[in-house]
Design a protein around this ligand. Structure first.
Ligand code: BGP
Length: 482
């Protein structure tokens, strides 16, 4: 069988991790712009985004030195995108997943008119992509809401943010209706409880009952996502809107039924945001969990109606690793992934950042998601963060990265052969960029090396790694020559 003929091979990036130019052409400060470089993050610190406080934010607003705020620098994609898109084209990309920075269009989220320079910037980028035959897949919210909405409303805790986001999205749909067919609403929507600040603008020290606020923020994002889905279908006939989930496939630590139950519960909570977006309603088990935890969500009947009527067209997800659960955490060795803490699997290796490498887990994830949702799927993030070495003659011999992708592609194809409807695959990330969780540059994902270190030193020159030619060959043969 193999992959479909029009399989969308490509890569994925996010505005806040590549663009830089944080205050150029009218852009406002986003939550990502105050994220600081974290050289070493202890596994326990991932439990909550330690260090995000109102006073820390106020200090960051005063500080204009980009040294410790790598997301303000990115990799200068803002100015270098034509050259980078040419490189993606050279690899044969059919698609590129990217995000639109809300703060380039509405710098504080509340202006009465959009910022024309911001709209023009993405228009030019889409034009260039179309010239190169690269189909854009656009994420509307990828960890970078206006900072002003975080400090004023505690982000998505406040219902007012729904309308502001919907207005931003409608502005994008009108501006890019001839350019973009595939849209994703919220990146890794399940991440609100893992990193509430970057995901939902929630400032932890501004709230007494964090869990309650997080689930309220979730709810507002679900409603916004459904309203945006409706608007997209109305403004762009034939458009496709997807949800985006961090697939954290969880295994029981043993066949002890208590471990199996613990793992089931983990998976239920991981699926729940996609369940709401695909089925248009909250799962009964999750509603019961809210009751038990005394979480009271302000949820109107109009909200429920909007959710029910505006479900997504396809399901996308990121896949980096699997985790292990036990009824007793003392049975586990803890590891991290995407700021989540979970058990390490003794059968699987880990990356330099402790993320479990599990290609079969990708196949399991595809089968589980297709079996659950019966919707076309797209893998919109998958990749390996590693420390690369640039040789004196500007080579990067990243056989470990090739091995990572090769083993994952084999399992992906097996899932397709088993009947999964898979639309495409975008690697995270085709070019080195600033890490979301640590703001490091040295955690490199790309097929293209960017000469820049953690503190922003370097020429920003781009170099093709060995994996560049390998991925080019994979795309050319549609996954046959791995
Ligand atoms: C996902 C995010 C991406 C990306 C990736 C890798 O959670 O959607 O933005 O960064 O993880 O994570 P990191 O950059 O922390 O290694």
């Amino acid at each position: 069988m193999g992959l479909r003929k029009d399989f969308l091979w490509g890569g994925a990036i996010a505005a806040n991790q590549v663009e830089g130019a944080w205050d150029t052409d009218g852009k406002g400060l986003s939550v990502a712009d105050v994220a600081t470089y974290k050289p070493n993050v202890d596994v326990k610190d991932y439990r909550k985004q330690v260090g995000v406080t109102m006073s820390g934010i106020e200090q960051a607003i005063q500080d204009t030195d980009t040294k410790y705020y790598p997301k303000r620098r990115g990799i200068d994609f803002y100015h270098r995108y034509p050259e980078d898109l040419e490189l993606f084209h050279e690899m044969g990309f059919k698609t590129l997943r990217l995000s639109i920075a809300w703060t380039r269009i509405f710098p504080t989220g509340e202006e009465s008119e959009p910022n024309q320079a911001g709209l023009d910037y993405y228009k030019a980028m889409f034009n260039k992509m179309h010239k190169l035959g690269i189909e854009p897949i656009v994420t509307l919210s990828h960890y970078e809401m206006p900072l002003a909405l975080a400090t004023k409303y505690n982000g998505w805790e406040d219902r007012k943010v729904i309308d502001l986001f919907v207005r931003f999205c409608k502005t994008c749909f009108v501006a890019y209706k001839d350019d973009v067919k595939y849209w994703l609403t919220f990146n890794e929507i399940d991440s609100v409880t893992r990193h509430p600040f970057t995901s939902a603008g929630i400032i932890p020290d501004q709230t007494d009952n964090l869990l309650q606020v997080e689930y309220q923020a979730f709810h507002h994002q679900f409603v916004a996502s459904a309203m945006v889905t409706k608007a997209c279908h109305e403004i762009i006939p034939g458009s496709q809107v997807g949800c985006m989930l961090t697939k954290l496939t969880d295994y029981p630590n043993s066949s002890d039924p208590r471990d199996v139950l613990a793992s089931f519960n983990e998976n239920t909570m991981n699926y729940f945001p996609a369940d709401v977006q695909v089925f248009g309603e909250y799962p009964a088990l999750v509603l019961n969990y809210f009751k038990k935890q005394k979480i009271h969500i302000d949820m109107t009947s109009a909200d429920l109606d909007i959710l029910k009527k505006n479900t997504v067209d396809f399901v996308t997800f990121s896949y980096y690793m699997s985790l292990v659960s036990s009824y007793d955490e003392n049975n586990l060795t803890l590891t991290t992934g995407n700021t989540i803490v979970g058990g390490k699997n003794p059968h699987l290796p880990v990356t330099e950042w402790g993320w479990t490498v599990d290609p079969v887990g990708l196949r399991i994830s595809l089968l589980q998601l297709y079996d659950r949702y019966h919707k076309p799927l797209m893998i919109v993030e998958n990749g390996m963060g590693a420390k690369d070495e640039l040789t004196a003659d500007h080579q990067i011999h990243d056989d470990y990265r090739i091995k990572y992708f090769r083993t994952h592609f084999k399992e992906m194809i097996k899932a397709v052969d088993a009947g999964v409807d898979l639309l495409g695959y975008t690697s995270w990330a085709p070019i080195d960029l600033v890490s979301a969780s640590t703001s490091q540059m040295s955690k490199r994902y790309g097929f293209i090396y960017v000469d820049e270190d953690d503190l922003g030193n370097g020429s920003l020159k781009r170099y093709r790694k060995d994996s560049f030619a390998w991925y080019q060959k994979v795309i050319k043969t549609n996954g046959i020559d791995l």
